[in-house]
Design a protein around this ligand. Structure first.
Ligand code: WT7
Length: 653
């Protein structure tokens, strides 16, 4: 038995949910949790079928799971629609006039939609889409700011069975073009511009540039958000407000089979091309509904805020679909946490009396850096539950969050999951699970993870290894868009018969999971996955670059930051000019999130005799460590020495 990953972190503090919290929670104790978990794993079909029956189906599923490894069909034969479950289902109840979405824009403007109002807007927009000839199965690409129209567009697409593909508004025209073309979208939806810290993001201009090279795009629907004039293309562009003008506020939903795709969302992998993660309707709906209810312990009276951008999966599952399927009130915010001041988030908590707050460790580290005086200025007494997602949270940040935001009075749910898993997989249940800072604790009901070594053998307790999931779950990805082979290869080939998450982790004596990080060539920058290959391809595409290798370096704020080792073409001199040029180039090719924080120029990269770049060594150098370990395959040891000297001499930022 080999143990191939060593774990260093040891944390001994334990925090118990208060009696008061537990007594009102959906799951009230560890005994209750254990029983639920056991039943869900021994009898998954019965378990998931009970949960599915809390939602609306035009026709009941014929089979709960058809498992053709690695392809799952959940709730096969079941006919439903997630837009119906998020909206129409509530209209016959007291939720009709309850706030579904409370929105605040960056400049401070506010809009609130009751379930009834949201339903009407979604119907008008869905009718607008139909008027453009959009049919069930057509793909629609959304490249929008965090405005209500984004949620309306998602629910409108879902209503007529048109899978959406959302591209984060921080991505470049180039990245947008690739994603539109991969998915073959017929329609793109953008805004004139977006707000970002008082500045304008040129969403329409980027879209114009992208769709010059997108032959499948027939129309570009443009929301007027900022109001400055934009270039207009009469044949293609249509204002959102003109499209919905005169449309009926009633639009019958298109019933879809449970395995009809709801959306595609691109995420980074270890090869250059982003992966189009495809999610189903029924399974995804059941998964997000159930986890929102259990993990956020959602109650009728809650005001819940997830600070993510809808351009990432967190926003899909926990701003829109999960909360609305539960009939909850979901707060949506367009702005940044430090604009116009570093207390903006806490101002919102006070103003809307938010009681459930879900954010990312990188944001918490930023709050720590800005100082506790900011949250202190606001009344945070409404808060009852806090959550985190995106990367392992360092215990120091956990404790800061607990003290300064939770006032030592709120359970913290550290939720582990992925774009691919669709919903939260490992997390405390706030009324039941004692928490340990830095651990995402125990698997949710219906989730069966374990830690194995390279050969797939279960590692002894406490040892590190590869995190795998042993049983299919409803919200799991269906496949990678148009690429079943890559789906099999990426998730089901490393460890036979188990889903391979690509994370390293360990468990402790209480069966708690501690996630240690990624195993593949993927960086986690501010809770977002970036493929090193993708960034390398972008850098190498620059005419002055001969070769590049990208690795992650530790960063206090973002967790990891991008460090690029670059060999320039003959005759090109390294210096500030080229640093600027390359950073701007990455912004343009992918987006600012992928911009290297540090560029190290070198005459040569360390390679094996067969010509493979030894990234492991570069990673050590980037992190100021001695490049140790096995260097026997290194071709030229001189390169390593030069690089180590260079790295200590070329400081930036
Ligand atoms: C990767 C997934 C799921 C929404 C946000 C990111 C890391 C995520 C945690 C956590 C430790 C975490 C993993 C995972 N990750 N949550 N609570 N503790 N690591 O979605 O872009 O698909 O990234 O984020 O490495 O594999 P994503």
């Amino acid at each position: 038995m080999t143990v191939d990953i060593e774990s260093k972190l040891k944390e001994t503090r334990v925090f118990y949910p208060s009696k008061e919290f537990s007594s009102k929670a959906h799951v009230k104790s560890m005994e209750e949790y254990e029983e639920l978990w056991k039943r869900s794993i021994e009898n998954p079909e019965e378990f998931w079928s009970e949960i599915a029956s809390e939602l609306f189906w035009f026709e009941e599923p014929k089979e709960i799971l058809v498992w053709n490894e690695p392809f799952a069909e959940w709730f096969k034969g079941g006919i439903t629609n997630i837009s119906y479950n998020c909206l129409d289902r509530h209209l016959e109840t007291a939720r009709k006039n309850k706030a579904a979405i409370i929105w605040e824009g960056e400049p401070g403007d506010q809009r609130t939609f009751t379930y009834q109002q949201l339903h009407r807007e979604v119907c008008r927009f869905a009718n607008g889409l139909k008027s453009l000839g959009v049919e069930k199965g057509d793909r629609v690409c959304l490249y929008m700011p965090m405005i209500p129209e984004l949620a309306i567009a998602m629910l409108g697409c879902a209503r007529i069975g048109a899978p959406h593909s959302i591209v984060f508004g921080g991505f470049s025209a180039e990245a947008l073009k690739d994603r539109i073309n991969d998915v073959g979208a017929k329609i793109v939806i953008c805004a004139d511009q977006g707000w970002r810290r008082g500045k304008h993001v040129p969403l329409k201009a980027n879209t114009d540039e992208a769709i010059k090279n997108c032959p499948t795009i027939e129309k570009n629907i443009v929301v007027k958000r900022v109001g400055e004039s934009v270039d207009w293309n009469d044949g293609k562009d249509i204002w959102w407000h003109d499209l919905i003008d005169g449309q009926s506020g009633v639009c019958e939903v298109t019933p879809v089979e449970s395995n009809h795709p709801l959306f595609i969302l691109y995420t980074s992998g270890s090869t250059g091309k982003p992966k189009g993660v495809q999610h189903s309707t029924g399974g995804y709906m059941v998964g997000t509904y159930h986890t929102t209810k259990l993990v956020f312990d959602i109650k009728e009276e809650d005001t819940y805020w997830c600070t993510a951008d809808i351009g990432w999966v967190t926003g899909h599952s926990y701003i829109v679909y999960g909360p609305l399927a539960n009939g909850a009130t979901s707060v949506m915010f367009e702005g940044a946490p430090n604009h116009p001041h570093e207390g903006r988030f806490w101002e919102l908590v006070e103003k809307y009396r938010i009681n459930t707050f879900y954010t990312a460790p990188t944001a918490i580290r930023a709050f720590m850096r800005w100082g506790e005086q900011h949250p202190k200025k606001f009344d945070l007494s409404s808060l009852r539950l806090l959550g985190t997602v995106g990367e392992p949270i360092n215990p120091e940040a956990w404790i800061w969050y607990h003290k300064n935001i939770g006032r030592e009075n709120c359970p913290i749910v550290d939720t582990w999951w992925q774009t691919e898993t669709g919903c939260i997989m490992i997390s405390p249940l706030p009324g039941a699970t004692p928490t340990k800072p830095g651990s995402c604790t125990r698997p949710l009901p219906g989730v069966n993870p374990e830690i194995v070594n390279e050969s797939g053998e279960v590692v002894p307790l406490g040892s590190g290894g590869r995190l795998v999931i042993k049983q299919p779950w409803p919200a799991m990805l269906q496949t990678l868009y148009n690429d079943d082979e890559r789906y099999k290869q990426a998730y089901w080939s490393q460890i036979p018969h188990k889903y391979y998450a690509g994370d390293s982790a360990r468990t402790d004596e209480d069966g708690y999971f501690w996630i240690m990080g990624r195993l593949d060539d993927v960086l986690n920058v501010a809770g977002h996955r970036l493929g090193t290959m993708e960034i390398e391809s972008a850098i190498v595409a620059h005419p002055k670059v001969a070769e590049a290798a990208v690795v992650g370096m530790k960063d206090d704020l973002t967790g990891e930051a991008v460090c690029a080792f670059v060999t320039l073409k003959m005759g090109i001199e390294p210096g500030d000019e080229i640093i600027k040029e390359l950073k701007a180039h990455v912004d343009k090719e992918i987006g600012a999130i992928a911009r290297p924080k540090r560029l190290i120029f070198t005459e040569a990269l360390p390679k094996t005799r067969s010509g493979k770049i030894m990234r492991r060594l570069l990673k050590s150098i980037a992190n100021g460590e001695v490049a140790s370990g096995d260097t026997s395959t290194l071709e030229d040891h001189g390169v390593l020495k030069n690089l180590t000297d260079l790295a200590s001499g070329q400081d930036q930022d």
